[in-house]
Design a protein around this ligand. Structure first.
Ligand code: HEC
Length: 398
């Protein structure tokens, strides 16, 4: 177990090994629009993060082949059907393709025999992102004064992430407990690990051409949902690469005439690739996605470090998923807190006071240590472990 979990130096070496052919992100992005390729580029992630975010956006939104649970290289960007990430394994207990089942048992091989992952039902999605809930004594309670826009979300792991979880037996509380290693105190996912979190809202027939959409069946009725927000994280960097995209319709708040429940974009989008002369707030999508439904999605920003070079905290938010705390949302800081104690209990997501204030800046060693002793094992920025059930569970754990 220990050997498989802990190979930081080998992992760093592997990042650079896969990135030796780097010339320019723009060229790779253009090539990736003509013919699908899996983005996995540490140098682009460091030097041209906004361009690299679009490379990931194109690669992961490429139409998928349900039989292979992977991209369909014969398809074209913007084509019909599920995006590649929609065929990844769903972390929600009780969903099709679940990673963390109620019994805490082995969720099986990556490929699901004949599983119709594309047919979503209400058991495949959550109504609120988990970080919008507060946890006290293990119970999830909604944050106070919460008005959350109507919609659903889902969290998915790619094959490499899933395989790591499975091979190390990390799909149950007991598995996490036995992986608790006070000597290292950390896990290390492989260099091509990727995860997404997506948010959907119900849309009308007329809105369909401007959205990537799916259908969700609930209580016998099928409804159309449009993709409204997409978080992407990849292990191209030791502390992961972070990017978030939103549909342009999210820009205005409800008060300014936008969609009901929407808070609007409180901080400007930053995209130095699409808008080299005006990287802040230009709210455009790049030419490579023009003429497809994807041209309606805007890169809100990327994050590759806790602070800037002068020590000021970096923040990045999605106005839907991080609604209510956009100004204190730091993807990398909050995810660094993903850690559990020797009983398998994850860190509380928000500190009790002040409510609805996300952690920003560098991680605090007190989140992981008591004195010099490791009291929490860091799960390599992966929060989904909060879903893990014990073999004694009789219901969904989150
Ligand atoms: C205040 C805490 C917090 C902040 C800030 C935050 N997240 Fe998360 N994130 C979570 C939690 C909790 C989950 C687990 C959700 C689940 O299992 O569905 C999660 C899940 C995810 C996932 C799925 C992978 C995983 O961790 O299991 C991705 C991808 C993701 N977040 C990206 C982002 C990005 C990008 C940002 C910044 C724009 C961000 N997050 C900001 C708490 C946070």
């Amino acid at each position: 177990m220990r050997q498989r979990l802990l190979r930081p130096l080998a992992a760093v070496a592997a990042f650079f090994a896969c990135s030796t052919a780097y010339a320019s992100c723009a060229d790779d992005l253009a090539a990736g629009v003509d013919l699908w390729q899996e983005p996995n580029d540490t140098i682009a992630a460091i030097l041209e993060p906004d361009c690299y975010a679009w490379q990931l956006f194109v690669g992961l939104n490429w139409p998928g082949d349900p039989a292979n649970q992977a991209a369909d290289p014969s398809a074209v960007l913007g084509g019909e059907g599920s995006a590649t990430w929609e065929l990844w394994r769903n972390v929600r207990t009780g969903s099709a393709g679940e990673v963390f089942n109620i019994a805490g048992s082995d969720p099986g091989p990556w490929l699901l025999a004949g599983a119709p992952l594309v047919a979503r039902s209400s058991s495949d999605v959550d109504t609120q992102p988990i970080q919008q809930l507060a946890f006290f004594d293990g119970l999830a309670v909604p944050q106070i004064d919460e008005v959350f826009p109507v919609g659903v979300n889902e969290t998915r792991m790619n094959e490499s992430t899933y395989t790591f979880v499975r091979q190390n037996g990390l799909y149950s509380l007991e598995g996490l407990q036995s992986a608790f290693d006070p000597t290292s105190g950390v896990m290390n996912f492989p260099g091509n690990a990727k995860e997404i979190k997506a948010r959907w809202r119900e849309i009308t027939e007329a809105e369909k051409p401007r959205y990537h959409w799916t259908t969700i069946t609930a209580d016998g009725a099928q409804k159309t949902y449009g993709l409204t927000a997409l978080h992407i994280t990849t292990k191209d960097l030791p502390n992961w690469f972070w990017a978030t995209f939103e549909h342009i319709d999210n820009r205005e708040s409800e008060v300014a005439g936008g969609i009901a429940g929407h808070e609007g974009w409180l901080d400007p989008s930053i995209d130095a690739y699409t808008c080299p002369t005006q990287p802040t707030g230009c709210d455009k999508s790049p030419a490579v996605v023009s003429g497809t439904k994807w041209e309606n999605y805007i890169l809100r920003g990327t994050q590759i470090d806790f602070t800037d070079g002068r020590g000021r905290p970096k923040v990045l938010a999605n106005s839907i998923i991080e609604r209510g705390f956009q100004r204190t949302s730091s993807c990398i800081t909050c995810h660094s807190r993903a850690a559990y104690d020797s009983a398998g209990q994850m860190n509380p997501i928000f500190l009790p006071t002040p409510r609805r204030t996300g952690p920003v800046g560098s991680p605090n060693p007190n989140w992981f240590f008591t004195g010099d002793v490791t009291t929490r094992m860091q799960t390599d920025f992966v929060w989904a472990f909060i879903r893990a059930c014990s073999s004694a569970s009789t219901d969904r754990c989150r």
